[in-house]
Design a protein around this ligand. Sequence first.
Ligand SMILES: Nc1ncnc2c1ncn2[C@@H]1O[C@H](COP(=O)(O)OP(=O)(O)O)[C@@H](O)[C@H]1O
Ligand SMILES: [Mg+2]
Length: 146
Amino acid sequence: MNNAVILNSINKSFGEAEYKNQVLFDINLNIPLGKINFIVGPSGCGKTTLISIIAGILNQDSGKVKLLDKDQKDLTEKAKSSFRKENIGFIFQQFNLVPTISVIENVAIPLLIQGKGFSEALKRASKILNKVGLKDKEKSLPKKSI
Ligand SMILES: Nc1ncnc2c1ncn2[C@@H]1O[C@H](COP(=O)(O)OP(=O)(O)O)[C@@H](O)[C@H]1O
Ligand SMILES: [Mg+2]
């Protein structure tokens, strides 16, 4: 397997009839494993739409999405959701952190959803925060740590 993401001929529109707005036109993209890619463009050009289709939280009108060698059309919504849980991470524009729990607990949430025990999840979250230089913010609430 050499590619993390392969897109073939992705099209996507919103709306119907005279209100139809085609946002993505025949998008082809290969993102090799281990490479960092940026999707750039002016506001409204379709970046979020494209990323949402790659992540399987939005369905394309046509075209094929293959992630880690898996054709996403072979997966049910439930399987897609499970694939996302195991393989995809998001940092949202609005962060979407839970404001009432600590930084370390926020980082641990996906691990808890994956079924890890609480102390194991906290241990791993702590390691990751340390790796990115945020160890001293572990106990802070997200707002305070910005
Ligand atoms: N759920 C939606 N319903 C209708 N139009 C949408 C929806 N999501 C995005 N759009 C439209 O699709 C276009 C691309 O939006 P988006 O992907 O959010 O762009 P970007 O992330 O590059 O700013 C915009 O014209 C936007 O108004
Ligand atoms: Mg956007």
